[in-house]
Design a protein around this ligand. Structure first.
Ligand SMILES: Nc1ncnc2c1ncn2[C@@H]1O[C@H](COP(=O)(O)OP(=O)(O)OP(=O)(O)O)[C@@H](O)[C@H]1O
Length: 260
């Protein structure tokens, strides 16, 4: 089932978005520009930290809606810095970055908040709140958006059911295994129907089997329309879960393989 919505202020005048309700019942927001621009467009993108360290030096790259992209490269290549830039954690020092139709060079704070609302973020150390139960951790992005408790309960139940943790609703993260904690982080990242999921080494602390199951969830979300961009050192995962591979080296593009 497809539902169209009118272009919102945050998506620009000539753009529109589709809310796609997928076969598993999740609604994914898919953005399209009338000019068919890519979801993410980078041109000679540079990032220099205040310390003077150049993390990205002249990156030119497009990422299309619906792609599954692995970011690979040696430690310090710039993978995390690129992900950070994609959710507005740091601003470009020079060059062009347009993500989800927002020019990040001069985007206002409210535009950056728009980006974050449409972006799910997963970290290696999952960054769950240990003082809050699973339900509250997963509900957080919806609470930030002002959802009332009665409306968010069914949504949180549904995403926890998806990652197989509906029976752990009231558990605290410390009572979960590393793999279960990462599945809670996936549930939290997907709960607000993001257009994009950014994952920074989400399998870094997991054994091979658990890492594969985390990848299964991300691949499944991708098949339902969510663009996934994932930094990883786990190159063996690329064989079992193929995708586009973007290789960085010392802040520059070193390779771009459409299907590994
Ligand atoms: N906040 C920061 N301030 C200054 N320099 C930074 C900062 N964050 C990262 N860097 C530097 O920028 C470069 C790129 O770092 P980044 O974390 O993006 O690499 P990475 O490819 O993600 O590495 P890893 O695989 O080890 O996570 C490195 O030289 C790093 O030391």
């Amino acid at each position: 089932m497809l539902m169209y919505c009118l272009s919102a202020a945050s998506v620009g005048i000539q753009s529109f978005c589709l809310h796609v309700v997928t076969f598993t019942g999740f609604e994914v927001t898919v953005f399209r520009m009338s000019s068919e621009q890519p979801l993410i467009h980078m041109q000679r993108l540079m990032l220099r930290y205040p310390t003077g360290k150049t993390a990205l030096s002249g990156l030119t790259l497009d990422i299309e809606q619906g792609q599954f992209v692995y970011l690979v490269g040696e430690s310090g290549a710039g993978k995390s810095s690129l992900l950070k830039m994609l959710y507005g954690g740091v601003r470009p020092s020079s060059g062009l970055l347009v993500t989800q139709q927002i020019d990040m060079r001069d985007a206002s704070e409210s535009r950056i908040r728009d980006i974050r609302r449409r972006t799910g973020i997963i970290f290696q150390d999952h960054k769950l709140l240990f003082s809050r139960c699973v339900f509250e951790n997963v509900a957080l992005p919806l609470r930030v958006q002002g959802w009332k408790t009665e409306r968010l309960i069914p949504r949180v139940r549904k995403v926890l059911q998806y990652v197989g943790l509906e029976d752990r609703l009231w558990s605290y993260p410390e009572a979960l295994s590393g793999g279960e904690q990462q599945r809670v982080a996936i549930a939290r990242a997907m709960t607000a129907n993001p257009a994009v999921i950014l994952a920074d080494e989400p399998t870094g602390n997991l054994d091979v089997e658990t890492a594969r199951s985390v990848l299964d969830y991300l691949m499944d979300l991708n098949k339902q329309g969510t663009t996934v961009i994932m930094a990883t050192h786990d190159l063996h995962l690329l064989k079992s879960h193929p995708g586009r591979v973007v290789q960085l080296h010392a802040g520059s593009l070193a390779g771009d393989y459409s299907e590994y």
